[in-house]
Design a protein around this ligand. Sequence first.
Ligand code: ZN
Length: 249
Amino acid sequence: MLAERFSRAAALWTALLPPPPPMIDGWSATISRHPSLRKLVYRRGSRRMKRIALTFDDGPSAEFTPEVLEILERYEARATFFLLGRNVELFPDLARRIVSKGHAIGNHSQSHPNLKKLRPEQVREEISTAQAVISSATGVRPTLFRAPFGGLNRTVVNESGAAGCAVIQWSLSPRDWATPTDRRIARRVVSRAKNGAIVLLHDAGSRSTFEDRANTVRALPSIIKSLRAQGFAFVTVPELLTCDQRTVV
Ligand SMILES: [Zn+2]
């Protein structure tokens, strides 16, 4: 009875949204704890293929983004960067470099508020401003959105859809934001990795602030080497979900 009501509600919201990105095998990647958001929020890709998507939130940053890009290039791994509009305004060249190296980019809002606490028009403003800033800096209009702090409600999902973005959360977080050691970050990722996992990492900040991601950068080579030895391929989120990233210029 309850399940029926939830699925009716989910069908209604689905009808209000643009269609989700196409899936390679018709298999839904979505596992949402909130039944009403099921099929609207992607937390992982298909379990059928040994592929994994590393994602980096909150950048670009002058200190860590170039180091992350250098490591990804050295190991020929692709990743996805969920960019903050305000940081793209500060470092547009870095945003362009991310794209030029073959990585995917997504919208992570303009200023990183908890969108669940904002009014609908403020949510729209946060998402649309970042869309405009990222598009004009990189020539790529994001089709992916990740909510700051993972804060999702119906308004956030609706506004993300209205901006042309699928909501992408994650299935594996080593909680690198709490600055555990690099060995612990690597161990957490490697021991919990599964086919289709979306891994949440961060590349913002600097060594002189509480947002010190040096341990994330140090953990990265070991994560890539260990998982590759297990046969994992590193792909972008659009590749993992097989949706398109449109170029606007
Ligand atoms: Zn964030």
